[in-house]
Design a protein around this ligand. Structure first.
Ligand code: PLP
Length: 439
């Protein structure tokens, strides 16, 4: 037991809410983290949890990864960081690695940032500066971070919040949701339907006023929506024809999570700019925009400078992270374990009417909870009860999606099959307990 005062967690949480703004809070579980390793987390009472959340898809290489810790310790003996007024080797080595793991043979450059949000902001600014166009196309229920532009283009923010940001040239199109595509069952038809909607929007707003389309290749916070391939291909074609830059936001999907280095690789297309964050630093804060040099070099020197960007400690952590993913074949592992998890979750779907859909790629999986399968009526309340019960039984899992009814399954890619099984068994028991009225 790490804590000899049983009420300490609640006291700490009370103190947290006394000082931290509610605008930065989520009230899921009263869990104060004391330790984390690989796919396990311990609270300050010494309780152990399997982590199906990976700190919001950050720990692809597992918590407290020994290679990352070693790299940080070794670097700390030299210096902490020097801003990019000068040069340092970690940033130089990382920039080269980043251009290698991203698609395309064109000349690529990198701009470093600190969070997924600020990197998306940089990508958008680069697109505005390069094209000298004012508009952006984004998606309903998208999430791109909480910078001013991030909120303005973030389809998951409430409209009045989004509209409070004085950037108005954003046009939202619906992200294809093959589970809820009106009466359309066939994914290809769903793709075509949404392409025609996109074409309509482009015609309406005048395509030569649009600098960029910002898109998650698999929509994460929107509830793990995997778009049909014909949609993505058609979207890229439309963008090319109209000189519109495609910003591929891989903050949540990148670094092997979906069974490819980048989720966009599932669709055989090449984006202009790729945005990485979260898992890139193995837990350290770092993000990057990687893409066509003519776009990223269009802004004058220093435009995208930030004092702590390419922080040397984060860079060595990111280098260690990339090497770890390569050396331990985590991209393939995500694919294999993901297929296995989807199979098991589909077995649960056979068992429980309230599972409407199981979907995803690799270890980015969503399980949609509905009142009744035929009607597909979203059931957020039941989903919340399930994650609460799962937490009581030692599993960290949350919900997301446009209706807040999708169980979010994104464990570290280093999770063992036994731990994955144990976690899915808890999901099974939690659903059973909720249906039996025990929660
Ligand atoms: N883009 C996507 C797709 C995300 O899922 C997130 C975070 O959840 C972000 C951007 C924002 O990243 P950060 O929280 O590091 O700013």
């Amino acid at each position: 037991m790490d804590n000899d005062n049983p009420g300490k967690d609640l006291q700490l949480i009370e103190k947290y809410w006394r000082h931290v703004s509610s605008s930065q809070g989520f009230k899921y579980f009263p869990l104060v983290v004391s330790r984390a390793k690989a796919s396990k987390v311990w609270d300050i009472n010494g309780r152990e949890y399997i982590d199906f959340l990976s700190s919001a898809a950050t720990y692809n290489i597992g918590h407290s990864n020994e290679e990352v810790i070693k790299a940080i310790k070794e670097h700390l003996d030299k210096f902490i960081h020097y801003c990019l007024y000068l040069y340092h080797e970690p940033a130089i080595e990382l920039s080269e690695l980043l251009t290698e793991i991203t698609l395309g043979n064109h000349r690529k450059k990198v701009v470093f940032g600190l969070s997924g949000g600020d990197a998306n902001d940089t990508a958008l600014k680069a697109a505005f500066i390069y094209t000298r166009r004012p508009g952006v196309i984004s998606y309903t229920y998208s999430y791109h971070g909480t910078t001013a532009l991030g909120i303005a283009v973030g389809g998951s923010f409430r409209e009045e919040i989004r509209k409070a940001i004085p950037f108005k040239d954003v046009y939202f199109v619906e992200y294809p949701d093959t589970y809820r595509c009106g009466n359309i069952e066939d994914p290809r038809e769903c793709g075509e339907y949404h392409l025609s909607k996109l074409e309509d929007t482009l015609k309406r707003v005048n395509p030569s006023s649009i600098a960029a389309i910002i898109m998650e290749p698999i929509q994460g916070d929107g509830g793990v929506l995997v778009p049909p391939e014909n949609y993505v291909k058609g979207l890229f074609k439309l963008a090319r024809e109209n000189g519109i830059i495609i910003i591929d936001d891989e903050v949540q999907t990148g670094m092997g999570r979906t069974g490819k280095w980048l989720a966009i690789e599932h669709f055989n297309v090449e984006p202009d700019l790729v945005v990485l964050g979260k898992a890139l630093g193995g837990g350290m804060p770092i993000s990057a925009v990687i893409g066509r040099s003519e776009i990223l070099d269009a802004a004058p020197p220093q435009t995208f400078f930030a004092t702590s960007a390419a922080h040397a400690l984060s860079c060595v952590a990111a280098i260690a992270t990339i090497k770890y993913i390569k050396n331990y074949n985590l991209v393939e592992k995500a694919r294999e374990l993901g297929d296995y998890a989807v199979k098991r979750l589909n077995e649960l779907k056979e068992k429980y009417e309230i599972i409407g859909d199981v979907r995803g790629k690799g270890l980015m999986i969503g399980v949609e909870i509905v009142k009744e399968r035929k009607q597909k009526t979203p059931d957020r309340k039941t989903a919340l009860k399930i994650i609460w019960r799962a937490w009581e039984k030692g599993l960290i899992m949350m919900t997301y999606g446009k209706y807040g009814n999708v169980l979010r399954i994104a464990p570290p890619l280093v999770i063992s099959r036994e731990e994955l099984d144990a976690g899915i068994n808890i999901v099974d028991e939690a659903i059973r307990d909720v249906l039996e009225g025990k929660v």
